[in-house]
Design a protein around this ligand. Sequence first.
Ligand SMILES: *[C@@H]1O[C@H](CO)[C@@H](O)[C@H](O)[C@H]1NC(C)=O
Ligand SMILES: *[C@@H]1O[C@H](CO)[C@@H](O)[C@H](O)[C@H]1NC(C)=O
Length: 406
Amino acid sequence: MKIFLSIVLLLISCISHQLADTTQTTTPLNKPIVVCYWASWRLSWLKPESIDPTLCTHLHHAFHVLDVQNNVVRDSTGSPQPDIYRRLNQLKLMNPDLKLIVSLGGAGQPDRDYSELISDKERRLKFINNTIDYLNKYQFDGLDIDWEYPVCWSYDCSKGPESDRPNFGIFLKELRSAFDKQSPRPLSLSAAVIAGLPGGPADHAYDFPSMASALDYVSVMTYAGAGEWDHKTGHHSKFTFCLSGTQYYVDKGIPKHKLLMGVPISGTTFKLADKTKHGIGAPIQGMGHTPHGLGDCSMYSEMCELVKQANWTKETSAQGGHDPIAYKDLIWVGYDDPYAAYDKSKWVKDNGFGGIIVWEITMDDFKPSCCSVRYPMLRAINYGLYGSKGLGGGGGGPETYGCEHK
Ligand SMILES: *[C@@H]1O[C@H](CO)[C@@H](O)[C@H](O)[C@H]1NC(C)=O
Ligand SMILES: *[C@@H]1O[C@H](CO)[C@@H](O)[C@H](O)[C@H]1NC(C)=O
């Protein structure tokens, strides 16, 4: 059971999520936002006190799950963790505008439970009532829904009923209307969605007009876009994939200022079939792992060390973005470094999008152990969105962080 649980957590750890912003009564954002996911099961690596709340506008506590007996959210540990929530709330002393959000779901959750909840009006209303009470009790500022995905359960669009799509839309609108009645301020409502691809799962999963009106922000999980299914190496969050995966939602009518692009603080690791063939699209034996990888997920902090201290070869793929790759012998990783994070954030700002979501902050070089500053990835994102007057009190671009070479 323990082993099973840790495998599930490993999966969740590298797989996607997050997002958010305004609606009927909500006011438009006047500046881009940075939504930071914090994986609560990595508490022993990164405790609340070590989070830098000046580099995030929103902190998403990942995850809560659905309590189907009681129609409410439940901490993934099984019971509320008031001490953790209090310590997270204390980060507001350093950033009074910080929003603390409960994120519900994540990869690998039982889709049927969500589907049944949203198809039953009475249960929906109970869930909304109970969840508002829960959020208020622990001083959370809102709810983020990471159901992966309506209709397309665990990515398979033949698994869930078509009715998930309208029901999910109705559920979001009911949540919005109840959240707006909260005083002194409305609660925030957001959802994490799959990277858009015309003809892909998002076409089946989502009722776009309801999402456009009900959600404060929509986090596009523009990562996990390469894997064993391709039978070759690939960068899982390439620049062009991020642009098209986010633009898709503009074409579906979601306001740009509500759309957040995802930046992963991790790479996807492959095992090459032939160590002399190490470009994008090279043949693979399967997925690989770096010395401290979490399965095929390699954290940015480790990638920095491998390139800077262990002689890994780093290259950029020159496919329209920075898209770094690094390899040694048969192990090959496509990941995001601070330059890639900066490029995405700058694009988001220059093109009027709502901001960035980050999955997730325990994988950044937060100590730092490789770079010369803490949180180089978050810093690069802040620099891209706000320039040198960043949230964290300013600073320069990625070339000043002392990380691995570009
Ligand atoms: C939920 O229902 C209970 C019992 O009817 C009520 O006391 C409480 O105020 C409700 N909460 C909200 C947020 O409406
Ligand atoms: C890295 O490469 C340099 C030059 O090729 C070599 O001198 C050094 O020992 C290598 N370091 C490691 C950790 O392999």
